[in-house]
Design a protein around this ligand. Structure first.
Ligand code: ADP
Length: 401
């Protein structure tokens, strides 16, 4: 079965066409700057030359059309007709409290995605346009919504409720939802399998450390807590996001700088994090290079980031009353051994011992702790597209039964 995975961001659309019989990627690509000047599509068919199309894309519908054209193109295409794409899996940002799993898209599902526009104002509208564009271009091909929030829906009330007047939860559904759910699901599942952990009882912490970063506590494969909140701004220090701060800071900056709340939130989302502290970059590779050449603030940004991750791990060990494994994933978690070591250096009290040699391995699933370590530490490369395609196949197969 060939599954097209679509991930519509606020001004981008990433896609992969995956042959799920062999789990191989037939083509992947990205549309950038949708709805703004300079839109482009970069299409990478496996084993063929890449195609770049610079063409205005006023909205995600136009982007989906261009992607379809590229997939069917005589020279750069990988399928001969639309019938060779048997299903579409959409990454949908916010499913609110309504979905704890993936679901076949119908009018009701679209209505809920629309109802969640307030919760995911940049992504949910783009996700819905992507879904409707596929419906109009692909007719009855089944489409599945895989929500970024779904995996975290098993969190207990004590973990998801904010200590605000309860009426705001009742009236506006203000609570912790969590994001990166597909990654946390996939990586915790792989950690249990690869780390040979107990499927029902194991206590796993997943540290998804990319440009966006989040951490989750997973007991027996079910999420019991996670660091992102109502929006992805809560929790860890990230590339450009502040993560946890005293909420009064918002008012303080607004007053001092004569800015609106929206402006300040934009600063917290886009100009803070390691970029904000260092003034250098949101990319840890740049940060490392700057720190090595003596930039003190670059080092400080790295230290603040690492300290926050270590604190979260400590708090999740307390939340679960123990931990069997910690799994690192995403760009930084998979590739930056120095960050993993710096984080684990805080965790000596848990009896964690890292193997310096294993900690250098890249690009594969690996246990990087020594056999003597009381907690297994793993690196599990995440694969959100494959996870979305797996979910899509599962739902479509049920449909056929
Ligand atoms: P996102 O998907 O949230 O945009 P990624 O998961 O791609 O982010 O992670 C981006 C971060 O991972 C960057 O800060 C980058 O420095 C780091 N990273 C990615 N690849 C490498 C690499 N090969 N070596 C070191 N760091 C890397």
């Amino acid at each position: 079965m060939n599954v097209l995975v679509l991930n519509c961001g606020s001004s981008s659309l990433k896609y992969q066409l995956i042959d799920m019989n062999t789990r191989s990627v037939l083509a992947k690509g990205i549309c950038e700057k949708i709805g703004i000047e300079g839109s482009s599509l970069t299409h990478k068919p496996t084993g063929k030359e890449q195609l770049v199309v610079n063409q205005p894309m006023p909205d995600h519908k136009a982007a989906v059309k261009l992607v379809m054209d590229a997939l069917l193109d005589k020279k750069y295409g990988v399928v001969k007709s639309m019938n060779e794409i048997q299903a579409v899996g959409h990454r949908v940002l916010h499913g609110g409290k309504f979905y704890s799993g993936s679901i076949l898209i119908n009018d009701d599902v679209k209505r809920v995605i629309r109802e969640c526009f307030d919760l995911g104002p940049l992504h949910n509208p783009a996700n819905l346009i992507g879904i409707e564009a596929c419906e109009s271009l692909m007719g009855s091909t089944p489409q599945v919504a895989v929500f970024d929030t779904a995996f975290h829906q098993t969190m207990p009330e004590k973990a998801y409720l904010y200590a605000l007047p309860y009426e705001y939860y009742e009236k506006y559904a203000i609570r912790k939802y969590g994001f990166h759910g597909t990654s946390h699901w996939y990586v915790s599942g792989r950690a249990i399998e690869f780390g040979k952990l107990d499927k029902k009882k194991s206590k796993v912490i997943v540290a998804h450390l990319g440009n966006g970063a989040s951490i989750s506590a997973v007991v027996g494969g079910k999420c019991v807590d996670t660091s992102m909140g109502l929006t992805p701004l809560e929790g860890l220090v990230m590339g450009t996001r502040s993560g946890d701060i005293d909420p009064a800071v918002v008012q303080y900056i607004a007053n001092k700088e004569k800015r609106s709340v929206d402006d300040v939130l934009n600063i917290l989302n886009k100009k803070s994090g390691v970029l904000g502290i260092s003034g250098v970059s949101s990319d840890f590779r740049d940060l490392e290079a700057a720190a090595k050449s003596g930039n003190k603030l670059a080092q400080t940004a790295f230290d603040v980031f690492v300290y926050r991750v270590a604190k979260y791990i400590g708090s999740y060990v307390a939340a679960m009353n123990g931990v069997d494994a910690i799994a690192f994933t995403a760009g930084l978690g998979e590739n930056n051994g120095a960050a993993r070591k710096a984080i684990c250096d805080y965790l000596g009290y848990l009896g964690i011992k890292l193997s310096a040699k294993k900690n250098q391995i890249r690009g594969e699933e690996v246990v990087i702790s020594t056999p003597a370590s009381k907690v297994k530490v793993l690196v599990i490369p995440t694969n959100e597209e494959l996870a979305i395609a797996m979910e899509t196949v599962k739902i479509v197969k049920k449909l056929k039964k």
